[in-house]
Design a binder for this molecule. Structure first.
Ligand code: M6R
Length: 625
């Protein structure tokens, strides 16, 4: 949700900033811009559109200088126009600022600045207010008088940023430069991620380490309310309230190669094909054949505490919540602990009754989703033990939770979440197994589940071999205006997830429903040009799904069915197209049934000429409410 890159060093800033922005484009791609400073002043290039358009602009008139800031925007306040593209400037035109987040009280601040004659606004953004406010405070304070000596320009700018941010209600990750202060930039964060990259005679700021990992793997993940003053060979981190702040330089756990597309045409396809490994990595070292259970030390809970859990709430957004909904089925089935999956955006504002021993899981690939973070904070505020299931180990959710389980799925760049979903479901299966073995699950049950989990990577390899035949099915339905997805029990959330995948990358209308709901209204939609996709492995409810398919068939609705190996015969004359996945335990089947549907959405989107990795209006990490 907007990406920021900043650089101070000895190299030309332009190519570094552009390269970083390309890596952050998944965070937003409505407009982009750079402000690079040299001895003559600030050189700005910005435009509506993708980074490629900014690159063209920069190629026509290359900006030169050794420090600067840049931004790729996901619009919140103000349309997608050149004027609304970041960076934004103060009244002097010397101070440039980029921002990720939302300034909620921008209107009041703006009115005050206009009333005092301090600013002429050229954009409709909330961000421009912050640039003017910092600029005004910088120009009017700290110059010294009879009683106080003048401060250095650097200290004055830090003080101005601090004073301005103290007036702000909302969220921000910002980077600021001033053309009167050479080789210097300031970063600050509250609610939006910001990382300091520590290099040799060069330092970086970025919303995400992927932007700078090609230059340095030493990073400081800034905390909320940190302000960092960055020079070529030093940096100083202080807190918004004044005074020092704690920090740690960590090694980034992946390299620039890890975040390339390799030989794949899209990140999404690469990430779908990474699932044998990401699923293996999600359970690596976490299965105990001896105890016939899972080992999840990161939960930071004793066996007694685990046994005393009386209720679980699983929260998240989008794909992460769909994984959570599968967790709801899994935990109740294997451990008999009442579990509820709840939209993070609803949970955080509603007064859900919670009994004493409620355990809350916040699931998030990025670990930065604003609604999920809000839910985590609300749960912690109420005193509930709140655990994270995150992929990004340095993320805010990972850091603020009381414990949790990392996905270890590797960077997920495609806006459509794929491998993170299967990793989340694997982890929730481990949680269910652990809680189940603390209660009534026998060693034989535990061993059977472990065996099924260990077979998954090989089975996923089998499913991936179907990619070409799934492509052919996708082509066959490319003229459809929409699709319905149906599943029961553990595969009902797969129907939700498959519909979400289709919507976000093909822009086709799609809905997911429990199969049995058909007859309660949805059946009115069935017609020959609206395909229904059933997720019906050979499980306890297979015959029920078959009945529902018959109801669709009777109304001439085309049917695609994802089922288990060996079931095609039973679907003859009912399903028009059958995709078979290997057999496994009923409650583990979602990890296999979802993959053909990820591939289906992918191939259909390519067939329709969509921008698979950067779908319309979306951003990978949603750090605003
Ligand atoms: O990073 P998170 O897992 O918290 O993201 C949650 C959702 O924004 C995300 O899953 C979104 O729904 C994806 N675009 C779905 O493909």
């Amino acid at each position: 949700m907007c990406g920021i890159v900043g650089y101070v060093g000895r190299s030309e800033a332009a190519p570094i900033l552009l390269d970083g922005l390309r890596r952050l484009e998944y965070r937003g791609y409505d407009s982009a811009g750079v402000a690079i400073v040299n001895g003559k002043g600030v050189e700005t290039r910005k435009c509506a559109g993708r980074i490629a358009e900014l690159a063209n602009l920069m190629a026509e008139q290359p900006p030169s200088g050794n420090y600067g800031i840049s931004h790729t925007r996901w619009a919140t306040h103000g349309k997608v126009t050149d004027d609304n593209a970041h960076p934004h400037f103060d009244a002097s035109g010397k101070l440039a600022l980029v921002h990720n987040g939302v300034i909620e009280n921008y209107q009041a601040l703006k009115e005050e600045l206009i009333r005092d004659g301090d600013a002429d606004f050229v954009s409709d953004t909330d961000t421009e207010v912050l640039a003017h406010l910092i600029g005004k405070l910088y120009d009017t304070s700290g110059r010294g008088n009879g009683n106080t000596p003048p401060q250095s320009e650097k200290s004055r700018l830090v003080a101005a940023v601090r004073a301005a941010l103290q007036q702000v209600i909302g969220t921000y990750g910002i980077a600021v430069v001033h053309s009167d202060i050479p080789d210097f930039m300031i970063g600050a964060r509250r609610g939006s991620p910001l990382v300091l990259g520590v290099g040799k005679e060069e330092n970086f700021l970025a919303s995400d380490v992927s932007a700078i990992v090609a230059y340095t793997r030493d990073a400081v993940y800034l905390n909320d309310f940190d302000i960092v003053a960055v020079e070529r060979d030093r940096f100083e981190i202080s807190s918004l309230a004044g005074g020092g702040a704690d920090y740690r330089v960590s090694k980034v756990e992946f390299t620039a190669e890890d975040i390339g597309k390799g030989d794949f045409p899209h990140y999404m396809l690469k990430e779908i094909f990474e699932q044998p490994n990401s699923v293996r990595d999600a359970m690596r070292g976490r299965l105990s054949s001896e105890e016939c259970s899972a080992k999840l030390g990161g939960l930071n809970m004793t066996p007694a505490e685990l046994r005393d859990v009386e209720r679980i709430v699983v929260t998240g957004c989008g794909t992460a919540l769909h994984a959570g909904r599968i967790g709801e089925y899994l935990i109740e089935q294997l451990a008999q602990v009442p579990t509820e999956a709840e939209f993070a955006s609803e949970f955080r504002h509603r007064n859900t009754p919670m009994i004493g021993n409620t355990l809350v899981f916040a699931i998030s690939q990025s670990g930065e989703t604003a609604d999920t973070l809000g839910a985590l904070r609300e749960s912690k505020r109420k005193g509930y033990r709140t655990l994270g299931i995150c992929n990004n180990v340095a993320s805010t959710i990972a850091r603020e939770s009381d414990g949790g389980v990392y996905m270890h799925a590797g960077p997920e760049i495609g806006v459509a979440a794929t491998k993170s979903f299967t990793s989340q479901v694997v982890i929730l299966t481990l949680v269910a197994l652990l809680l189940g073995r603390m209660r009534h699950l026998s060693t034989a049950d535990g061993s059977e589940i472990i065996e099924a989990l260990e077979a998954l990577p090989g089975q996923i390899e089998q499913v991936l071999k179907l990619s070409d035949s799934i492509k052919a099915v996708a082509k066959k339905y490319a003229s459809a205006n929409g699709m319905l997805f149906f599943g029961r029990q553990h595969n009902y959330p797969v129907a939700l997830e498959a519909a979400l995948k289709l919507k976000e990358i093909t822009y086709l209308f799609a809905e997911g429903h429990p199969s049995a709901e058909l007859k309660h209204g949805i059946i009115a939609l069935i017609r020959p040009d609206l395909p229904s996709v059933f997720i019906a492995p050979d499980d306890a409810v297979f015959s029920k799904n078959l009945n529902n398919m018959e109801q669709v068939k009777a109304r001439k609705g085309p049917i695609i069915c994802v089922t288990s190996d060996g079931c095609a015969e039973k679907l003859k004359g009912i399903a028009d197209d059958v995709i078979s996945v290997p057999r496994t335990l009923d409650f583990i089947s979602p990890i296999l049934t979802v993959i053909p549907l990820q591939l289906f959405a992918y191939h259909l989107a390519v067939e329709l000429g969509r921008d698979v990795d950067k779908p319309r209006n979306l951003a990978k990490s949603v750090t605003v409410e």
